[in-house]
Ligand binder design. Structure first.
Ligand SMILES: [Zn+2]
Length: 119
């Protein structure tokens, strides 16, 4: 098993950066970036094991968008049952007066979305 991947952006090797330059003398090339697996310990489901950076990830998505969404098509909206709780509370804001900015108390509303057991 290899412990690295090549960046999956089909155009990674076209991007002009020093980090992609390989070879010597007159035989230099821009090469696809080699990525060490687990470099970010599975951060964001390991997506960075396959793409060297955000640009390459977005290039890949743009190139393969139709194929990617075809994997799990969404043809109708999904819904999650919730309860919305509204709660009044006293808060303060600053208003400009003849004495400069002064705190003023006012009634504020806090809206909280609560999940609902769906059994
Ligand atoms: Zn790349």
């Amino acid at each position: 098993m290899t412990d690295y991947n090549w960046c999956h952006n089909p155009d990674c090797h076209i991007i002009e950066t020093q980090s992609r330059v390989r070879g010597s003398g007159d035989n230099k090339v821009l090469r696809t970036i080699k990525i060490k697996q687990g470099r970010y310990n599975g951060y964001q489901n390991g997506i960075w094991d396959y793409f060297c950076n955000q640009r390459c990830l977005m290039d890949f998505i743009r190139t393969h968008l139709i194929s990617i969404v075809a994997i799990a098509p969404r043809r109708e909206a999904l819904e999650t049952p919730i309860k919305v709780e509204k709660e009044k509370y006293e808060s303060q804001r600053y208003r400009y007066t003849d004495n400069g900015y002064q705190p003023q108390t006012y009634q504020a509303t806090r809206t909280t979305i609560k999940s609902v057991d769906n059994d």
